[in-house]
Design a binder for this molecule. Sequence first.
Ligand code: ATP
Length: 587
Amino acid sequence: MKREKSVFYHLLPYVKRFRWIYICLTAMLFAGIADGLLFTWFLQSITNGAIAGDVTKVQMFFLFGAGLVLVMMIVQFLNVYFESLATNKVKTSLADDLFDHLLRLPTRYYTSNHSGDMVARITQDVNSIGGAIGSNLINLIRQPLWAAAAFIYLVTIHWVLALLALMLGPATTLLAKLCGRLLRQNGQWIQQLTGKLTEFVTDSLAGHLIIRTFGLESDSSQNFKEQNGRILELQLMEGRHKAGLQAGTIGVSLAAQIVVIGVGSLMVIHKRISIGELIAFISLTQGLISPFTNIANTWGGFQRSLAAVERVFQVLKEPTALQTLPTGEGVEVPNITDGIRYKNIIFSYKNNHPLLNDFNLEIPAGKTVAFVGPSGSGKSTIFNLTLGLYEPNSGEIEVDGKKLNEDVNQMRKYMSLVPQESFLFSGTIRTNIALGKIGSSNHDIMEAAKAAQAHSFIMELPLGYETEVGEKGIRLSGGQKQRISIARAILRNAPILLLDEATSALDSESEISIQIALKALMHNRTTLVIAHRLSTILDSDLIVVMDKGRIVEMGEHQELIQRDGLYSKMFAIQFKEYTKFQKLKDV
Ligand SMILES: Nc1ncnc2c1ncn2[C@@H]1O[C@H](COP(=O)(O)OP(=O)(O)OP(=O)(O)O)[C@@H](O)[C@H]1O
């Protein structure tokens, strides 16, 4: 019960948010119960009237019955309508809050959780919570009230017979408790496996190229079938539990009715109750036992929904990194004059050996600093920290004299990132560039594209700037995507640029276009670049050579070459590869 309480505690704010709907639902609930009792009274009275040969009474109750039917229809309509309103409104707000919360979560959460699982929580789990806030919840409230009302009504006729009718009810509750536990456990397994299956599907779609080129289709298909088969087994087991519960509860309900009919008939013979009252008993015994049956059935579905609610609230309980959600609308920030300072930074991704240990560096404003070093030396980590995606364990980063961690959102307005892998969202080229500064005019977007050497290839596309890109859109080459990414950064016009150069070799035309685009982008900005291109390295004001999280060398190109250390070795290798590449291209 502790678990149920905690789930309700979490759901309560949502119920409160739509309290007027729940108030209407409660009103309908009482109207439904009153209607049911009035119907029994109608049955009892019209039967007694018929037996007594009282035509006026029969006629009057006939009209009364017709009125009841009308009221019942209206109540039923409003009941279903309000229930759907309540469930869907809560579901929608929960999904809104969940997505909002996901956007606020720290970068660590994204790197340590699978996107497929997050998708499953926001779609499937949110959808399954209907059972905990909609019909199941209402039924769990309605049924005991209905049982109590029916019992009181029957007690006023004959209390012994009423107790007899009630006697078998609790048996179904025991059955429900047992099956409920099994169903809940099963529900959790199904949800976990479905989350895993969603992860597998998203991975397979994203990695379809590897699947195809390595000929892994049959293995993937087999893997999917196995996982899906396991879910099927659990669903069938769920079906068996539900069937057992249903059969047991129907058995109990029928047994109670037979007892009531048998004993009630004897009472009619002995003139203890009238035939009309026996009919009331027959009609209400069903109403007395069915709540136990319905609670039992509802309990299973309810337990399953609780499992889904728990998965949703697991995410909602994760501590966030952002208080407010920043907007991409353009705000002009002044150019910086004081550069970036890293002071005694100690940082580890996990609580083990720190990757950066007492890292100190000063990047002067307006300069281009290239970070070079072997793979895993910590270059991207410097970017992650500068962008405030991770916080150092100790030490401080200052941007233009202000502490980065004091207002990360504001400080990020000073920066734009051109990532190694250019990501295009589903939408048009225009909207993709406009992400650099939401609300930009078409003229500004076009100017940015021109500076990024992207305008001419965009104009050659069938719909120009309105061409759809992203998963469902046209395929752009790596170089073209990169130029759109650069245009986005040009439009953002932030004073600090973080550029993670793409490693893949481009054809010479793209290479030249990108060089021109980057020159335009880097102009007049403080630039941090994870450098892979010789031209970038040579043109940098400062080269920071990193190895195992430490700065091992620092200086200008010539200086570092003369030092004959790690940099000169790396440069020699790169230069050899570069000339080989150039020769190959010349051939
Ligand atoms: N999100 C993360 N969680 C845990 N460890 C990480 C994470 N990102 C990077 N690392 C580890 O930190 C170390 C430094 O990685 P980083 O990406 O900064 O290196 P890099 O110099 O940019 O490498 P590359 O040139 O290959 O991109 C590596 O050992 C890497 O495995």
